[in-house]
Design a protein around this ligand. Sequence first.
Ligand SMILES: [Zn+2]
Length: 218
Amino acid sequence: MNLIIFGPPGAGKGTQSNFIANKYKLFQLETGKILRNEVKNKTELGIKISSRMNEGSLVSDEIVSKLVEKFISNKKHKNKFIFDGYPRNIPQAENLNNLLNKYEQKAGLVLKLSVSLDIIKKRISGRSVCSICEKIYNEYFNPAPLNSNCCAPRFLKKRSDDTLNIAVKRFQNYEKNTEPLIKFYKNLNLLKVVNGESPISQINAEISGLIDSNEGWL
Ligand SMILES: [Zn+2]
């Protein structure tokens, strides 16, 4: 069975998709990563991608689609995909359906990792790193111990406000383009929403439960 996972940037999608890929022996098709690989390996597509990026343009849907097809057409991964970072909008979702049909496959389960903007803001703005021991803390979720000699407030370094502003923009962009996928996959009866604000181990367990109880799992 093929799986699709989506959710706002900062929701922990990568962590969960890694977990699923390892546990269920799936091929993790992470579009961002394979795009970077194409560029690095200077393939025909990679060269096209770099020239687009040098022009300051976004990588077109057409290029991403070609890349996705390259993997879907590989029989080795048939019905063993987890799509992470694709689709990002309705046209891409329709395209993915067509590609899967073309190679006699289909999506069996779509997971939406749900996290509010408020939590994502706190994850970013509350984050600090100890400049002595490099431990990572979060003032809201995982504060540094009060009586520690090493991780005292004066050693804790925060990220710049820019990081937060960029994250808010990316979230808004996600809401505009990707949230319509909820309705799209609900209509196909494939969507399951997972609370991405729970502890990671709990999210892992919830996702495993959904996959295990999904009929037709191969
Ligand atoms: Zn420290």
